[in-house]
Write a protein that binds this ligand. Sequence first.
Ligand code: MG
Length: 378
Amino acid sequence: MTFAAIVVAAGTASRAGGNKQWRSLGGKPVLRWSVEALLAAGAEDVVVVVAAGAESAAADALSGLEGWRTATGADSRAGSVRNGLEALGGPDDRSVLVHDAARPFLDRAVIDRVLAGLEGADGALPALPVADSLRRGDDGFVSGAVERDGLWRAQTPQAFRYRTLVDACAGWTEAPGPADEASAVERAGGRVRLVAGDARLTKLTYPEDFAMAETMITRQTRVGQGFDAHRWGPGSSVWLCGVEIAHDQTLIGHSDADAGLHALTDAILGAMGDGDIGDHFPPTDPQWKGASSDRFLTYAVERLTARGGQLVNVDVTLICERPKVKPHRQAMRERLVDLLSLPLDAVSVKATTTEAMGFTGRGEGLAAQALATITLPV
Ligand code: MG
């Protein structure tokens, strides 16, 4: 079934603490969630109504997507929708969905239900029955009960025929405008069908709604591992897990040769399927000569955050005969806590020898292994 869509993203959203449509949710802007869902469901044309001057913010939020364009919003929601309809254009019988950008978790099933519900009706809206009992309040005290039977919580997307909606919106001229488009169609005499809504379609209204929304994102747990080794050479100190330890040798490398941080960086990149440290910081590049390995690790975490990922725990094992690691383990863990913003019990640094066997046992070099657990939005 072909349809077009208008996504209303022009509000100032002061209750949610600023321009919520541009805020990151699970690693992508709130607006992008529903535009992606509409395009994936087959929307042939999506008009995103944004405040004047916000066109580049929309372009950033929706970069890489095709099949959408912007229209300029107005002072009221009704005015913004009118502008969106004008930008969209006919034909008169085309199905048009109007959706709030602040309802990011738009499911294909809801889109299908409202489009099916439009058959034989003048509009269709997704709604949920009111489950809580309702009270009227007056000055902080209950002043009466409200019967909840027959009451529904209206959501979006709401579906209409193009001409029906244009005429209904044009017919409501006084302020304030309709709270939603179904209200305008109802007042114009149209019959709007109720279809099953979706609890996940809750509108992000207050700042705390974002924390709740983050928990609603389906996440996948992943594990990555890393390994690194560096050769011992002349020196007076060594960097291990971000801590400098006085020693009668140093590890030789292009950067500071912190094998612990290198293994950990690779573990995080590995969990994301995002290559390895050498891909991102080529040893042939002179700018990384002598570099503090903190920045490699921080960079991997930034890439994880950009994808909406979260680090869960890390576990590093240093393999060497000397220096003794144990006296420095706590300092290393605390350094990693700072770099990774993890609680202390999610950061482990361990050490072992190889009982004089192999290259670490002969004192030729030091090796490090690391594991990292992450979650990513599915
Ligand atoms: Mg290395």
